[in-house]
Design a protein around this ligand. Structure first.
Ligand code: ATR
Length: 274
């Protein structure tokens, strides 16, 4: 059967093998999907060895998404814009095709939850690789405005400048700044910082979320993240990133197998297993 894997370091706790096993079963695909801890200093070697051993494709997670971008022979347009990739395909021609499905995963999950992005005021917290990877699909959903706030304000300003929203005919104003300059209310606030991992919360004003506001954390855990606890206590609707993980996986699965799994039952199973 066809071989797939996820590369990371560390990788032991990855849910991706479970998710893809559920997809494969549901879609009747003869394939295996394993977790591989690639050495930090030689991702390229690990990928080429996997291809040589019959590997058909891979997901890539922390800390290899930028390196995976560099090993790619052919990049999708959205991958080029993101500057990082999470999905590799071993082409029939032997070349490495690369794409990023995180942003699509985020937008599909928001859609799944019925969160309107069109004409919405969106605030994204964080300006690292995780945020860079989701800006394009968020903007394609047609928000009125998208603001990026980050601990290091210059990174948010720089990222907003990179986006060049106008160039793509999008109407949204894209701006960036620090946490101290945050003001006004947002319809959707997305936490893309890694602060949750450390149990930290960026310093956010109490007035940040509009009355019917939605707080989304790209992280997930068995217990609610501090960001979602903060937002929930202020009346916001809260959504964690488990659905994003499953939707980005579904998009990768589609790239490999040309079959689109139904994510509904997999969402239920994974939530239950958290
Ligand atoms: P990732 O791939 O997860 O995006 P990254 O590129 O290192 O990782 O970015 C981490 C993001 O989380 C950054 O926006 C970082 O803010 P800085 O750019 O100011 O470093 C943010 N971050 C990490 N820990 C944080 C904390 N304790 N409080 C606020 N922001 C934090």
């Amino acid at each position: 059967s066809d071989r797939y894997c996820v590369f990371g370091h560390p990788i032991a706790h990855s849910r991706s093998p479970r998710i893809h096993a559920l997809f494969a079963e549901q879609c009747g695909q003869a394939m295996t999907y394993e977790a591989i801890e690639a050495p930090r200093e030689d991702f390229a070697g690990a990928w080429h060895a996997f291809m040589a051993a019959g590997g058909c494709g891979a997901n890539v997670t922390v800390p290899f998404k930028e390196e995976a971008y560099r090993v790619a022979d052919v990049l999708s347009q959205r991958a080029r814009r993101a500057g990082a990739v999470n999905t590799l395909v071993h082409g029939r021609d032997g070349r490495t095709y690369a794409d990023t499905t995180d942003g699509v995963g985020l937008v599909r999950d928001l859609e799944w939850h019925g969160v309107a992005l069109y004409d919405a005021r969106i605030l994204v917290l964080g300006a690292g690789g995780a945020v860079r990877g989701v800006l394009d699909p968020l903007l394609a959903a047609g928000p009125r405005a998208l603001h990026i706030a980050n601990r290091t304000a210059e990174k948010a300003v720089g990222l907003a400048a990179d986006v060049h929203a106008q160039e793509r005919g999008q109407q949204a104003s894209v701006t960036g700044g620090g946490y101290d300059a945050l003001e006004g209310a947002y319809d959707v606030v997305i936490n893309g910082t890694s602060a949750s991992l450390a149990g930290d919360l960026p310093p956010l004003p109490d007035t940040l979320l509009a009355d019917t506001g939605v707080a989304y954390d790209m992280m997930y855990a068995a217990d609610q993240t501090v960001f979602l606890q903060w937002a929930g206590a202020r009346g916001a609707r809260t959504i964690d990133g488990l659905g994003m993980l499953i939707e980005q996986a579904a998009e990768a699965f589609f790239l490999w197998r040309q079959v689109r799994p139904d994510t509904g039952p997999v969402r239920d199973t994974l939530r239950h297993e958290l």
